[in-house]
Structures are given as C-alpha cells and as structure tokens.
Design a protein around this ligand. Sequence first.
Ligand code: FAD
Length: 401
Amino acid sequence: MSHSEVAILGGGPIGVEAALACVERGLLPTIYEREAIGGNIQKWGHVRLFSPFCLSSSVRGRRILATAGHLLPDDDSLLTGNEFLDQYLKPLAALPELAGCVIENTSVLKIGREDQLKGDNIGSDKRAASRFRLLHEAGGKQTIATADFVLDCTGTFGNHNWLGSGGLPCLGEDVVSGRIHYDLPDISGEDRDEFVGKRTLVIGSGYSSATNVVALAELSESDSATQIDWVTRSPADFPIALIDNDILTERDELTQRANRLANDSQSGVNWIPGYVVESLRLTQESNDQIEVTLSSVEDGQRRTLMVDRIIANVGFRPDRSIYEELQVHECYATQGPMKLAAALLGETSADCLTQTSHGLQTLQNPEPNFYILGAKSYGRSSKFLIKIGLEQIERVVLGLG
Ligand SMILES: Cc1cc2nc3c(=O)[nH]c(=O)nc-3n(C[C@H](O)[C@H](O)[C@H](O)COP(=O)(O)OP(=O)(O)OC[C@H]3O[C@@H](n4cnc5c(N)ncnc54)[C@H](O)[C@@H]3O)c2cc1C
C-alpha cells in the first residue's frame, strides 16, 4: 500500500470524489479549497441541475454515505445546486474517511517542483524525482506545502470570458463592470430587487443565458416594467440550439421555453440575433443607465440600447497561472490539456451527455504526476458534465502511487 501524498486543488464535486478514491487506494489526499466545499456550485445554488443525481454522484460516494446512515436523494431526482451540496457533497467531505484532508478558505496560487525550473528536464520522467511545491494562501498568509501528485480540479466557473466582439473586453467593459453579472444571479430570489422594474440585457446563447432569460421573463409577468433584451452573436432562427430527442427533459424544456420567448413578440423579451457588443458607456444624463452599442455581424450596422443591468453569459476559461511553472501542453484553442482537447475535437455530437471520458493517456501531459481533472480539463468548452469527471477519477487515481 502506497502512502504518497496527493494535493487536490479545488473542493468541487471532482476534487471531493477524487479524494475519496485516493483514500480507497491508500493514498494521502489533501483538498485545498479557496472557499467552502462546493464553492463554485454554491454561486448558482438556486439553479436545478439537468442531470439526475445518479449521474452527478459516484457509486463509491453513494455507497459510503449510505453505509454511514445518510439518507440519499433518489437516483433520478433533479436537485438544485444547493440541494446537491447539502444532501451529497458536503456530507461526503465531512465523512470520517476524509477527516483532516479538507483545508477550506485556502487558495492555491502556484505549483512548481522542488529544485527544478519549468525548463529543466524537458518532457522527461526525471522531473518526478523532485516533489511538487505548492504556494497557497489563507487569510492573507502564504505557506508552502509539498506533494507527490497534484490533481488540479479548480474548475473554470468564476473565471469569465469577455463580452466584446472577438472575445475581447468591449470598450468600457472595465468601467461598467460593477453592473455586469457573468453568472446566474438569483433573479426570482435574493437578487430580485436588482432586476425588478429594470431593463436588463442578457448576452449569450447557452443554457445559462436561457436560464436567466426565463427567470427575467417570469419577473416581467408580475411586473410589466421589467424589460429584457437578449443579444446573440449567431443570426440563427433560434437563440439556443436544440438537441434532437434530448433525454435530459429539464434541459430540453428550458431550451424550448427560451426559444419560444425569443420568438414571441408579446413575451417581453426583445431578442436581437446576429449582433455583438462594441462598447458600454455609463450615462449620467439618463439616470445612470448603460448605453450599449451593438454592431451587426453581417454588415457592421450599429444600434444602441439603454439598459440598467447586463448579464453576460459568455463562458468561462481555466486559470492557467496556477501551473505556469510546470510543463503543461495546452490546446491553443480551448486552453485545456492538449491530448484531451484533441480527442474532444473528434466528438461529433452536440450533446455532452453522449460523451465518455477519453482514457488515461488523454489526461497525461509532459509534467509527470500532474493531472487536470473535472471542468477545467475541458478548458473553455462548456460541454463538461460531472459524470465525465467521475470517469476521469477512476482512470487517473488507479494509476497513482
Ligand atoms: C447553472 C449550471 C448548471 C449546471 N448543471 C449541471 C448538470 O446538470 N450536470 C452536470 O454534470 N454539470 C452541470 N454543471 C456543470 C457543473 O457545475 C460542473 O460539471 C461541476 O461543478 C464541475 O465540477 P469541478 O469539481 O470540476 O469544478 P467546480 O465545481 O467548479 O469546483 C472547483 C472548485 O475549486 C475551487 N477553486 C478554484 N480555484 C481555486 C484555487 N486556486 N485554490 C483552491 N480552490 C480553488 C472553487 O472554489 C470550487 O469549489 C452546471 C453548471 C452550471 C453553471
């Protein structure tokens, strides 16, 4: 039995499940989590997952919790993010098996190797001769830890893309940033006052933007002064692409509902397809509204809107600064690890549910004993599902030690 130390960066579902798998293998995991367990999921905790509980939890996790006497959700229940945390992930992290393994409110800032620089022993297993060094920070105090293996499970949520044309920050995005949400505010709950009676611009054509548009439309049903503009870059007939025969009914219903709202002139949703944002400007002359200048992707024609709030659901990207002193081969398009990105490029289905994990080899990169798992392994792609991360864990952790 090995007693190798495994540093797990991030206490989301993949970090916690990986730690349990490590314990089962006789490894010594430590989870470093910058907030509390499930910190990213908590930020959208009011939203319901599309995938049923059995796809978002491992057989191992369910077994250990059941043995410890926890009442688990039904396999097919669709939990909100908060329910998933309270009924599964937090109890999992609090199990005696992980006692002393979870360090919360601690951010990992950088990882390197003891006695080796990034350029030493290029692509060689000799790098494994020295341990990893982790610089982490808690309450303003920085500390160094060491480990034999590192699993970077820090996700991408919270590290947003920019909303301007070409993926750049649009002119004025930095100045107006205090009025922009890049995530999923609780529009019908605790953030209601921020949106009720206001005009909100939603940007994006994924499920997050659909969720936000539907919530805003519900708000406008009870308060007709609430207005919604929805800008999408594609000039297609519908804002959100439908998945044929989608078996995730919650996702299918959301897509259909958002598309209906966009195409219904009475819905209160002003859908503006085929435009990108050129600039944002705060105007004192009209009650601190934001003047938004859009330009058409087809002919560059400009139009302006005056709005109070902006929700930019334009995706997230991995924080690569954590491992910049290591030898990580990244994809130049997605910024995910190269071999996995290349395998994902071969995927033809638009449905992330049909994907499976691509095997240990695709998760390896030139830096020995360092793995990027979970949502971060998909780089900028939003197609990751917890189910895939659970498969990655089985492949990687089996080979550690
Ligand atoms: C609205 C919404 C709905 C979704 N619905 C589903 C669904 O139905 N099914 C599904 O499978 N997936 C769904 N997802 C995707 C899901 O969130 C991810 O699959 C899952 O959370 C990824 O898990 P993870 O552990 O890789 O990353 P995360 O859950 O993002 O966890 C990463 C953790 O790392 C921590 N962290 C970040 N940086 C550092 C650092 N430097 N040091 C220490 N800790 C750090 C974060 O605080 C966080 O707790 C949804 C996502 C959103 C936004």
